[in-house]
Design a protein around this ligand. Structure first.
Ligand SMILES: Nc1ncnc2c1ncn2[C@@H]1O[C@H](COP(=O)(O)OP(=O)(O)OP(=O)(O)O)[C@@H](O)[C@H]1O
Ligand SMILES: [Mg+2]
Length: 258
């Protein structure tokens, strides 16, 4: 166990969002970013990754979905300058192939005498880049590469969380969910394991108002070791700005969360 864990708190720098915390996200926490398709998971993570670089943290964005140039172009669309930090060696946007990971894990497990002995380092984090913060976009993409091999995915996830904890790395792990989790439904799927392993869960919602308008909303579902405001608040994704959270108000009107 790393003694520093939980002592320091970090800010996301996302306008309005940090006001939902008493202090911030505990240093070294693993946080799931959950939401449906198009709910803004990638934008949210790119924005906090970019803000982390601004405050001098070495940040690794691991993409299993979109290629590096697309992430860069999203960032520029929000008015940010990723190249600046890439040149300084503070930001690494890197695309990975989930099937390669699944195959490596399979090979390592068949070599290992005891399953828990597998070493996560060669299967995931580039050895030459020692990050303070890691985003993984998405666990869902990794999970589908393990399809039919749920127990291997669980072993891999346990190892990954252990690795991040041992290195005191802040991590933001994207998970696509079909439905919002706040309703308290019990999820019987591989993702359930990662909910227990994570220190925090941030849920992004697509909002459908009864008059046909659509909006966005966000909630901190859990955050171990931190006092947070428990409410669902409105958010927007704006050109030249990115995510903006309206944390002082509550969602109003007749609406449905998806
Ligand atoms: N430059 C931009 N300015 C304003 N809005 C944008 C911009 N780029 C993207 N968006 C909006 O942000 C939305 C969310 O995109 P994002 O890729 O972050 O969601 P996601 O949850 O990661 O989606 P997916 O499930 O496909 O991975 C897009 O559907 C789009 O409407
Ligand atoms: Mg995405």
């Amino acid at each position: 166990m790393n003694k520093e864990k939980g002592e320091k708190k970090i800010k996301t720098g996302i306008p309005g969002f940090d006001d939902l915390f008493e202090e911030g996200i505990p240093q070294g926490a693993s946080v799931l970013i959950e939401g449906g398709p198009g709910s803004g998971k990638t934008t949210f993570c790119l924005q906090l990754a970019y803000n982390a670089c601004k405050s001098g943290l070495r940040t690794l964005y691991m993409s299993f979905e979109e290629p590096e140039y697309r992430l860069e172009s999203h960032m520029k669309g929000y008015g940010w300058e990723p190249e600046k930090y890439e040149k300084e060696g503070l930001l690494l946007l890197k695309r990975f192939n989930a099937l390669d990971i699944a195959r490596s894990v399979e090979a390592l497990l068949s070599e290992a005498k005891r399953e828990l002995l597998i070493d996560i380092q060669p299967v995931l984090i580039p050895e030459d880049f020692k990050p303070d913060l890691v985003c993984i976009d998405s666990l869902s993409a990794i999970s589908s590469a393990f399809s039919g091999e749920e127990s291997r995915f669980r072993i891999y996830m346990e190892q990954l969380f252990r690795y991040l904890e041992a290195h005191n790395i802040n991590s933001f792990l994207v998970r696509e969910v079909a439905n919002p989790t706040h309703v308290g439904a019990v999820y019987v799927e591989t993702g359930e394991a990662v909910s227990f392993l994570s220190d925090g869960i941030i849920t992004l919602y697509n909002v459908i108002y009864s008059d046909g308008r659509r909006g966005r909303a966000i909630e901190i579902l859990k955050m171990r070791g931190e006092d947070v405001k428990r409410k669902i608040v409105a958010a927007e994704i704006l050109k030249n700005k990115g995510f903006v959270v309206y944390s002082s108000g509550q969602l109003t009107g007749d609406y449905r969360l998806t």
